[in-house]
Design a protein around this ligand. Structure first.
Ligand SMILES: NC(=O)c1ccc[n+]([C@@H]2O[C@H](COP(=O)([O-])OP(=O)(O)OC[C@H]3O[C@@H](n4cnc5c(N)ncnc54)[C@H](O)[C@@H]3O)[C@@H](O)[C@H]2O)c1
Length: 387
């Protein structure tokens, strides 16, 4: 079947849906792959490298979209491009049920099946398809390097003839995939790392990264599927109060907290920031979804005056794109794994009796299946599906 890879359209997006290595794997499965000319340029993959892997290059995007059986992209397609898809096609991309209502409506109108990497279930069989994890890994790693670049001090302890440098103290809030990778990276750079998360299982995961778990003595907030639940105002205030002394003694605070489909929880207030030492750095990975730190702006470094100097609050934006080559390599393998699950005899058939497909399908054959997407579109809930 024909798989098409368009160039990404979102400003600042440098990743690509499939890299040449992934194209070769799909061709072995008897599919054909067409890649928009220049789609891989920001991941150092030339048109020629795609051709060597067996792809053809398209300079007519309208025609490629209209004839593709499957379209693989990182971000959702532009609405005008969705309208060009043929009925029955399959799209693979990140597609947020809470934030991409216009795209979801358009996908439903053209009667396609839209699978979202936001929704691949976190079960062991689907680990190789889990692009949330692969991309969060890239983000977590980068947050530490971003912090290190802005720090006026070392990360590791150094004992030199000119004196001893103490190690940096790094605090990570949110111990999901990105947070754990941030801890591992900060440890590798020689920092002393501590962390907090609202899920009870996170204490052991934090310890396994060589970091210290901070027990605030608050109740855990576990939601469905291993995710966190939203905090109410009282719980948020209690957490902020309990975290305040840990924030003020940290040189670096990295925040990665998220609750699926919700605005990012506010973990660090302005008052907590102004209690920090001059020269400290905060990196807010959640800046694009509302921010874990009060006043963070996605894509901007905000300098905040504190007693004796200032601290820098970095609002992250498009972080996986800062590691576009490896982020795309991992993403493309996630896409290949999902396509392999649906492939048989050169055909790609999404089977909604498979839990992975059923949960990932925001839209299935034109029907909006995801409950949160339906809610955001003002559609009535679908009846419960029997097992
Ligand atoms: N294949 C698998 O089994 C698999 C793969 C990846 C992740 N997971 C699990 O999925 C879950 C979600 O991981 P994720 O990285 O997608 O998480 P996420 O991006 O949804 O959230 C990041 C972290 O923020 C935390 N958080 C939310 N509110 C918070 C608050 N108020 N204060 C502090 N921390 C807060 C969450 O508990 C989570 O650990 C985790 O339990 C993770 O271990 C499982």
């Amino acid at each position: 079947m024909k798989i098409f890879v368009p160039a990404e359209h979102h400003d600042g997006e440098k990743r690509v849906g499939l890299v040449p290595e992934a194209v070769a794997k799909l061709i072995k499965l008897d599919h054909s792959v067409e890649v928009q000319s220049g789609a891989g340029v920001s991941t150092n993959h030339s048109d020629a490298s795609y051709v060597s892997a067996g792809a053809t290059i398209s300079t007519n995007v309208e025609n490629s979209l209209a004839t593709a059986n499957v379209v693989v992209s990182v971000r959702p397609l532009k609405i005008e491009n969705i309208s060009r898809l043929k009925s029955g096609a399959v799209t693979l991309s990140f597609l947020s049920p809470a934030h991409n209502s216009d795209e979801i409506r358009a996908l439903s109108e053209v009667k396609v099946t839209a699978l979202s990497f936001d929704l691949v279930p976190r079960i062991s069989r689907a680990q190789s398809m889990d692009a949330l994890t692969s991309q969060a890994l890239c983000s977590g790693y980068r947050t530490v390097l971003i912090a290190a670049e802005h720090m006026p001090t070392f990360f590791p302890m150094l004992m030199t003839a000119a004196g001893t440098i103490p190690p940096a103290k790094v605090l990570v809030l949110g111990a999901g995939v990105a947070g754990l990778q941030a801890m591992a990276t900060a440890r590798r750079l020689g920092a002393v790392v501590s962390a907090y998360d609202v899920r009870s299982s996170s204490a052991d995961e934090v310890k396994s990264m060589g970091a210290t778990f901070i027990d605030l003595g608050l109740d855990a907030l576990e939601g469905a599927g291993g995710y966190a639940r939203e905090m109410n105002e009282d719980r948020a205030k209690a957490q902020q109060d309990a975290l305040k002394p840990f924030i003020s003694e940290s040189d670096v605070v990295i925040t990665t907290a998220a609750v699926p489909g919700r605005k990012a929880p506010l973990l660090v207030t302005r008052d907590m920031v102004t209690g920090m030492k001059p020269g400290s750095v905060l990196v807010d990975l959640a800046a694009e979804t509302g921010g874990n730190v009060e006043g963070s702006v996605a894509g901007e470094n905000v300098v905040i005056a504190v007693n004796g100097g200032d601290v820098t609050l970095i609002g992250c934006k498009d972080v996986p794109s800062q590691l576009a080559v490896h982020a795309s390599k991992l993403y493309a393998q996630n896409a290949v794994s999902l396509l392999t699950l649906m492939s048989s005899d050169g055909q790609i058939v999404p089977d909604d009796s498979d839990e992975v497909i059923a949960e990932s399908a925001v839209v299935f054959n034109g029907e909006v299946r995801n409950a949160m997407a339906r809610e955001h579109l003002g559609l009535t809930p679908l009846p419960e599906r029997s097992e």
